[in-house]
Design a protein. Structure first.
Length: 74
């Protein structure tokens, strides 16, 4: 398995939109689901800083992630 972790600092007024976009059923995950090599996305929020989030995107391999990411960027 290959994992891509992103860290985001989200403004309070954008929190709801961010969660909708980057959650496991958001547009980001929907884009990744075009690939059969995509496993899923987890969205985590810090207990200490409510404006800090992590997304964890799971793929079958780095090669699968790289190929998908570089072939479908529109």
């Amino acid at each position: 398995m290959y994992v891509v972790i992103w860290e985001f600092k989200v403004r309070p007024e954008c929190e709801s939109d961010f969660i909708d976009l980057c959650g496991h059923s958001g547009e980001w995950a929907q884009w990744f689901r075009k690939s059969p090599e995509y496993i899923g996305t987890d969205l985590l929020r810090s207990n200490e800083d409510v404006n800090l989030f992590l997304t964890i995107d799971k793929w079958n391999s780095k090669t699968a992630y790289d190929q998908f990411y570089n072939s479908d960027r529109e």
